[in-house]
Design a protein around this ligand. Structure first.
Ligand code: AMP
Length: 114
């Protein structure tokens, strides 16, 4: 989509610190890291969020999870990391192109502050 930030990063029209690419997805460092290691995995296909998925993307989502583990290993994050997908504005989604956060590199606090 022409006005999508992550589509522009995937296309190389906007710079990003890319650390992984394959035919289906791209991973790059978050511009405002919330942990020592904060990486985003983004499918090349413009999907808005989980609510926008269809059955044809089942394999893609599985591959995103497996790729998260591979990136955590490749980036020496170890076994202690968190994956997050914010779905919809009420959950904090700001970029409406599906993406998975990988957070790690230090002990992480509770998932939701009380
Ligand atoms: P979300 O709030 O789940 O939609 O996450 C969007 C994420 O994209 C945030 O963590 C932002 O810091 C990150 N972000 C926004 N613009 C960029 C950019 N140009 N390069 C890398 N990460 C970005």
């Amino acid at each position: 989509m022409s006005d999508c930030l992550f589509c522009k990063i995937i296309a190389g029209d906007i710079p990003a610190d890319k650390i992984y690419e394959d035919d289906d997805m791209v991973a790059f460092r978050d511009i405002a890291p919330q942990a020592p290691q904060h990486i985003l995995i983004v499918p090349r296909k413009h999907i808005i969020n989980l609510s926008d998925l269809s059955e044809t993307e089942d394999a893609l989502i599985g591959k995103m999870m497996r790729t998260a583990a591979k990136i955590a290993a490749d980036e020496s994050i170890g076994d202690g990391y968190r994956t997050i997908i914010n779905n919809g504005a009420p959950a904090g989604q700001e970029v409406f192109h599906l993406h998975m956060h990988i957070l790690g590199g230090a002990p992480l606090g509770p998932l939701v502050s009380k």
